[in-house]
Write a protein that binds this ligand. Sequence first.
Ligand code: ZN
Ligand code: ZN
Length: 231
Amino acid sequence: MRITILGTRGEIDQTAPYHSRHSGILIDGSLMVDLGEREFLDRKPKAVLITHLHPDHAYFVRAGAERPPAGVPLFAPEVYKDYGVTVLDRPETIAGYSVRPVPSQHSLKVRSQAYLVAHGSMKILYTGDLVWINKEFHSLFEGLDLVITEASYFRKGGLIIRDKTTGQIYGHTGLPDLVRLFKAHCRRIVLVHFGGWFYKDIPRARAAIRELGRANGVVLEAGRDDQEIVL
Ligand SMILES: [Zn+2]
Ligand SMILES: [Zn+2]
């Protein structure tokens, strides 16, 4: 599997070289996951899986954005207007990959899911934005070769808010929590979707990320736009 990290910037104003584009990865030049920028479609993916309909993961929901061109199969946890988005709520073979959506907690307004993508003997997980993934799904993570997850917040606990009326939680968990979630299942975690903390001092942030990984016995690394990972 050859994975291209297309973008590593969260939904923030800051930008920096190698960290300027919103979320997306491309697997073997063929299967895309998340579509944070319209320009990602220039790579002509055979299909696009979308974790959730926030604009930094699905550019076409941003106010004023043009609708996606016809002919690219788009899969997401829910439909969007009459844009031809297919709801993916069960395992399916897409563009030759076994794809399994894994329900996640992130937002009150949109549904969200991570994606397990397997091909040959390789299996990866791309999470999108996360408060958490419920325990009932953790057994699916066994034998993962790579996790690509978000890094909105470095601090433990991240920023999680509880809705006063419904009691539901939303937001983003912190990196120590994500490492705790995945370290039992995977030795290598690549971070994308950086929050403002990362942009204040990028070399220092990268070092802090590596150190957090070392302390937990995993390889934890900061991804960058256009990075290629070969598994
Ligand atoms: Zn989001
Ligand atoms: Zn996001």
